[in-house]
Ligand binder design. Structure first.
Ligand code: ADP
Length: 168
């Protein structure tokens, strides 16, 4: 059985992440979407909130599980019996960091874990969770970047009312 882990902060999950999730779920028998629990990052959404949002948005997939993890990603892969880490590549700017992470994980886990990259759908190449948060914090329209439920919850975090969003 081919099992993969797609790790990330997903703070919040965007259409770019969801595209990578949908495409990976077609390739692997089981996909574990794993939310990084990194206290140092001061996320907008708690780990539980992010896990619940992702569970809701992937409800229709029978081969997707949503979890959270702390510590080393490769340890979590080995514990789950997943031999592939999925990462998304947007632009060359992502490449250097992703290459470093992939090589580090390879060094840590040897041949037991490999990283595979999916290039982003061009529609979402510019999209990042940070941009979504920045636009939302100023009351800008994020409805083209994230699913409606995520937009609603993100605006709520910034104390922005529905009427303010529809004005923009
Ligand atoms: P991290 O903190 O691990 O970078 P992110 O939640 O920002 O977490 O991203 C998780 C993964 O999703 C990374 O591999 C990242 O490159 C990828 N990703 C982020 N945004 C997009 C997007 N718009 N299209 C495709 N992949 C993306």
């Amino acid at each position: 059985m081919k099992k993969a882990i797609y790790p990330g902060s997903f703070d919040p999950v965007t259409y770019g992440h969801l595209d990578i999730i949908a495409r990976s779920a077609r390739v692997f028998d089981e996909l574990i979407v794993s939310v990084l629990d990194n206290k140092a990052k001061h996320p907008l959404f708690s780990v539980d909130e992010r896990v619940n949002i992702l569970k809701e948005l992937t409800r229709e997939y029978r081969n997707i599980r949503v979890e959270s993890y702390t510590g080393l990603l490769v340890d979590s892969c080995l514990m789950e019996g997943a031999h592939v880490i999925i990462r998304g590549l947007r632009a060359v700017t992502d490449f250097e960091y992703e290459l470093q992470m992939a090589q580090t994980n390879r060094k840590l886990a040897g041949s037991q874990v490999d990283t595979m990259f999916l290039t982003t759908d061009l529609r979402y190449a510019y999209l990042s969770s940070s941009t979504v948060k920045e636009v939302a914090s100023f009351g800008g329209d994020i409805t083209g970047f994230v699913p409606p439920i995520v937009a609603e919850l993100t605006y709520q975090k910034y104390g922005i009312s529905k009427s303010a969003q529809t004005r923009k």
